[in-house]
Design a protein. Structure first.
Length: 100
């Protein structure tokens, strides 16, 4: 499966459908350092992206990351922070556009 990996000068995030996090059973393990918008999670690169990648490997699924680099601060930083106490993140949210 292919996923977008967005990077700005200070950080990076992997864009993953929240439904896939639920399917993998890791939604409650995502930290408040990640973000969400619509039905997409933006997993921070230092911890949450590794949690996701390890879960995908455990389930026998291959991952391909498609990098998108910007020399400016990413709009992802302004997206809603992930709430690790919530297990219904985005259940009623609209589909989100890509951060471009």
């Amino acid at each position: 499966m292919k996923f977008s990996y967005y990077m700005d000068p200070g950080h990076g995030w992997v864009k993953v459908p929240m439904s896939l996090l639920r399917e993998l059973g890791i939604e409650s393990r995502i930290t408040g350092y990640s973000h969400r918008r619509g039905d997409q999670a933006y997993l921070e690169e230092d911890c949450d992206a590794m949690t996701f990648l390890n879960a995908m490997e455990t389930h026998g699924r291959e991952v391909e990351l498609e990098g998108h680099t910007s020399d400016r601060e990413s709009v992802i930083r302004g997206y809603e922070p992930w709430d690790p106490s919530s297990t219904t993140q985005g259940a009623d949210a609209a589909t989100s556009p890509s951060p471009g």
